[in-house]
Design a protein around this ligand. Structure first.
Ligand code: AMP
Length: 700
C-alpha cells in the first residue's frame, strides 16, 4: 500500500485540475474560478519563448478577507489571532480576530486617504511588532502589494530594494530592538536609503515606539505619524472594505536573501498563494483551524515569516505567535521552550541555526528538559526546520527530546523550500489526508506520517515535481547527486516571473536547461525511498579530482565529531586535484571550560580524528586540505545562511599569501566583524603553515 502522502502527491501531479479546484473551494472567492490551471507560452521581448502558467485564471480573491473577515463573519471573532511575545521590551499582547480586523479596516482607510491604490507597492520596513502584520493586511485589503524588507537592513540594502520595488510609500517604525543590543534607530536607515535611491517614495509612515522615538515626523514633508493618522481616521469613522484582485495579480513582492548577486524580486500571486498556503499549513504543519497554535520564529522580512507567522495561520483561523526576541540571550536559551509552554504551541517552526545557537549556550538541553519535565511541552506536535540543511545529529537530538517530552508521535520535520517556491517543496505531511483526497479516506483516523530520515528534507509536497539532473539536464539514477530541478508548472504558491524583470526570470531559472526544467540552484539527490536530500547550493559543490562533493555532506561528517560545534567547508585550490575541501570549525564550548584564545591551527590529533570521520563517511578522496579553528568566524546572512563564498575567497587569497585582498561581502551579512575575525584566522593559519614548512614540520 502506498503511503497517503505518496497517493496525494501522485494525484496532485496526475490531475492538478481537480486536485487544486477542490482546495480552492475551501476559500472565499469574490469571483469563483471556473478552472484551476491554464498553461501557455510566454514570448519575451528578446524573442525567447518559455512555458508559462496561470493558477485559477478567472478567479478574484481578497487575501485579507480570507484571513480576517471570513472568520469574524462565521462567529469566530473572539478567537485569538495573534499573540505578541516581546521579551526584548517585556511586552505581551493578544489580538482577537475581531480586534485585528478592526485595526486593519481603519489602517486600510488611512492608506487609501494617503493615496494607496490597487496595484501599488508599499514597502514595509518594520520590527516584529503587531503593527507590521496590520500594515501588511491593510495594504493587501486595498488590493495593493507589500514589499517587506527585513527591518535593520542597512541603508544600502534598503535603497536597492526601494530602487527595484518603486514603492508609493514606506511603512516603518522609529526603532527595532535587536536582542540585547537595545533600540536601533530606523530613521538613519530609512532616510539614508531614500537619499541613495533614485526613486523617491511619496510618503513615510512611522510607527512611534516608546523605546526610541522618531523626532517630529510631521514636521517633514512626506513623513507621517502612524498612530496619529489612525486616531484621526477612527474618530472620523474612516474604514476600508476588502478589494479583491485577480487571482494572478500580485499579493506581495519579496526579495531573495541573496547569498549571491543582486536580490531578485519574487512576485507572489494572490490566488495560488491563498490556495497553496492553506493546504500546506494544514497538511504539512498540522495547523488546522481554531484552537491550534503556530509559533514560527522567523522574521516577517523573510518568506517564512510571510507564510507561517502571517498568512498561513490566519488563513485557517488559528493562532499565531509573533516573537520579538532571539533564540538565546533574551533572556536565555530556554526562551522558545517557555513560549511553547505558556501558549500551548502545537507547531514550532525555526531554523537549524537557531537550534545550534541554543545548543551552544545549553549543550545539555537543560532548559528543554526543565520545561519538558514539568509537562510544558505536551502540546507540541512538530518541530519544523528549514532555511538550510539540518545535520542529522541535530535532528536526532531533538527527535529524542520530543519523543521524551512532547505530544505522542511528535516529529522533527526537516522541510525544504525557498523564496521562489512560496511554500515547502518537500517535507513530511503531519496531518491526515482528510479533505485532501475527496472523498475523505478511511485511513484518515489512523494516519501516521512517513518516518523521518535525518539528513533528508522529506518527500515532495503537492504540485511540486522534483527531479535530479546532471549538467546536461539528463535525469540521474536514484541516489546520485546532481542539480535539483522542478518540472513546470510549479505548485500554486510558486513564482511565475520576477517583478518588473521577466528576462531575468528566464535567465535565472529556465535558461540553464532550455526551459525544460526550472533550476532551484540547489544540489542534492533523491534516494531509493523517494526522499529528497538537499546538500548545498550548486555553487557550494567542490570538485575534487573530478569527483563532486557537497560541502553540506562534508560538514555533516565533521559535525559528527563530539568536539565540533559548527563547521563550514569550502574548496581550496590544489595543484594536483583541482580543489580540496577545507574546513572552518568552531570547537564546542562546555560551560566552565577555558574560553581563552585558541590557535588557528588545531592540534594534529584533532585534525586527524576529524579527517578520519570525513574519510569514513564521505571517502578517502574527500580528505581535508586543512582546518582552521576559531570562534565567531563563520559569517552568516541575516536570515541565518552561511556565507561560504566569503570564506572561500578568504582561503583562496590566503593560499596566495594575499591576506588583505578585498572580499565580496554582501550587504545582507549579519555581522561584518565576523569576516574580520575569519580574515585574521586565515592569516594566522597560513603564516603558521609557512613557518612550519620552513622548519621542516609535516604539513597539517
Ligand atoms: P531563501 O530563498 O532565502 O528562503 O533560501 C532558499 C534556500 O535555502 C534553498 O534554495 C536551499 O538552498 C536552502 N534551504 C532551505 N531549506 C532547506 C532545507 N530544509 N535543507 C537544505 N537547504 C535548505
Amino acid at each position: 500500500m502506498p503511503h497517503p502522502q505518496d497517493t496525494v502527491q501522485e494525484l496532485s501531479l496526475r490531475d492538478p485540475e481537480s486536485f487544486w479546484r477542490h482546495h480552492a473551494d475551501l476559500l472565499h472567492w469574490h469571483r469563483k474560478p471556473s478552472r484551476a490551471l491554464r498553461r501557455t507560452t510566454k514570448t519575451l521581448p528578446s524573442g525567447v519563448s518559455h512555458p508559462h502558467w496561470t493558477w485559477f485564471p478567472d478567479g478574484e480573491i481578497s487575501t485579507t478577507y480570507n484571513c480576517l473577515d471570513r472568520h469574524v463573519a462565521a462567529g469566530r471573532g473572539d478567537n485569538v489571532a495573534i499573540i505578541w511575545e516581546s521579551p526584548v521590551t517585556g511586552s505581551k499582547e493578544k489580538y482577537t480576530y475581531r480586534r485585528l480586523l478592526d485595526e486593519v479596516e481603519v489602517l486600510a482607510g488611512v492608506l487609501r486617504e494617503e493615496g494607496v491604490r490597487k496595484g501599488d507597492v508599499v514597502l514595509i520596513y518594520m520590527p516584529m511588532i503587531p503593527a507590521a502584520l496590520i500594515a501588511a493586511l491593510a495594504i493587501v485589503r486595498l488590493g495593493a502589494m507589500h514589499a517587506a524588507v527585513f527591518g535593520g537592513f542597512a541603508a544600502t540594502s534598503l535603497a536597492q530594494r526601494i530602487e527595484a520595488a518603486k514603492p508609493r510609500m514606506i511603512m516603518t517604525a522609529s526603532c527595532g530592538i535587536e536582542g540585547t543590543k537595545g533600540p536601533l534607530a530606523y530613521r538613519p536607515m530609512v532616510e539614508g536609503a531614500i537619499e541613495k535611491s533614485s526613486f523617491k517614495p511619496e510618503k513615510v509612515i512611522i510607527w512611534q515606539r516608546d523605546q526610541l522615538r522618531w523626532d517630529k515626523p510631521d514636521k517633514l514633508a512626506g513623513q507621517r505619524n502612524w498612530q496619529r493618522l489612525v486616531k484621526s481616521a477612527r474618530n472620523r469613522g474612516v474604514r476600508a472594505e476588502a478589494v479583491p484582485v485577480k487571482s494572478n495579480e500580485g499579493l506581495y513582492v519579496i526579495y531573495t536573501s541573496g547569498t549571491t548577486g543582486l536580490p531578485k524580486g519574487v512576485i507572489r500571486e494572490a490566488g495560488g498563494h491563498a490556495v497553496g498556503l492553506s493546504l500546506s499549513i494544514r497538511y504539512l504543519f498540522d495547523i488546522n483551524g481554531p484552537g491550534d497554535v503556530m509559533f514560527c520564529t522567523s522574521d516577517i522580512g523573510w518568506v517564512v515569516g510571510h507564510c507561517y507567522i502571517l498568512y498561513g495561520p490566519l488563513m485557517v483561523g488559528a493562532t499565531s505567535i509573533l516573537y520579538e526576541g532571539k533564540p538565546v540571550g533574551t533572556p536565555d536559551a530556554g526562551a522558545f521552550w517557555r513560549v511553547v509552554e505558556e501558549h500551548k504551541v502545537n507547531t514550532l517552526s525555526t531554523a537549524p541555526t537557531a537550534l545550534r545557537a541554543i545548543r551552544k549556550d545549553d549543550p545539555d538541553n537543560k532548559f528543554f528538559e526543565e520545561v519538558g519535565r514539568r509537562g510544558g511541552l505536551k502540546t507540541l506536535r512538530g518541530l519544523f526546520l528549514a532555511g538550510e540543511r539540518s545535520e542529522p545529529s541535530i535532528i536526532r537530538i531533538y527527535q529524542d527530546l520530543l519523543t521524551k517530552y512532547a505530544a505522542p508521535g511528535a516529529n522533527v520535520v526537516d522541510h525544504w523550500w525557498s523564496t521562489e517556491s512560496g511554500s515547502p517543496i518537500s517535507g513530511l505531511a503531519q496531518h491526515s489526508t482528510a479533505g485532501l483526497l475527496a472523498p475523505a479516506s478511511p485511513q484518515d483516523a489512523a494516519y501516521k506520517p512517513l518516518p523521518i530520515k535525518p539528513g533528508s528534507a522529506g518527500k515532495p509536497m503537492p504540485g511540486f515535481d522534483v527531479r535530479i539532473v546532471d549538467d546536461e539536464g539528463n535525469e540521474v539514477p536514484k541516489g546520485t547527486m546532481g542539480n535539483v530541478v522542478m518540472v513546470t508548472p510549479l505548485a500554486p504558491t510558486g513564482l511565475t516571473t520576477l517583478f518588473n524583470d521577466e528576462e531575468r526570470f528566464y535567465k535565472g531559472y529556465l535558461k540553464r536547461f532550455n526551459g525544460r526544467w526550472l533550476d532551484t540552484g540547489d544540489a542534492g539527490m533523491i534516494d531509493e525511498d523517494g526522499y529528497i536530500h538537499i546538500m548545498a547550493r550548486s555553487d557550494d559543490i567542490i570538485n575534487v579530482a573530478a569527483h563532486r562533493f557537497s560541502t553540506g555532506a562534508i560538514e555533516q561528517a565533521i559535525l559528527s565529531h563530539p568536539d565540533v560545534g559548527e563547521a563550514s567547508v569550502v574548496g581550496i585550490p590544489d595543484p594536483l586535484k583541482g580543489h580540496l575541501p577545507f574546513a572552518f570549525i568552531q570547537p564546542r564550548t562546555t560551560p566552565g571550560s577555558n574560553d581563552g584564545p585558541i590557535p588557528a591551527t588545531p592540534m594534529p590529533e584533532l585534525f586527524t580524528s576529524i579527517n578520519t570521520l570525513v574519510r569514513e563517511q564521505i571517502g578517502a578522496i574527500a580528505s581535508l586540505g586543512g582546518i582552521i579553528q576559531g570562534r565567531n568566524m563563520i559569517p552568516k546572512t541575516r536570515s541565518g545562511k552561511t556565507l561560504r563564498r566569503v570564506l572561500r575567497e578568504l582561503v583562496e587569497n590566503g593560499v596566495k599569501g594575499d591576506f588583505d585582498a578585498k572580499v565580496n561581502v554582501p550587504p545582507t551579512v549579519e555581522d561584518a566583524e565576523v569576516v574580520t575575525v575569519a580574515r585574521g584566522r586565515v592569516r594566522e593559519y597560513f603564516e603558521e603553515r609557512e613557518g612550519a614548512k620552513k622548519m621542516g614540520r609535516a604539513k597539517l
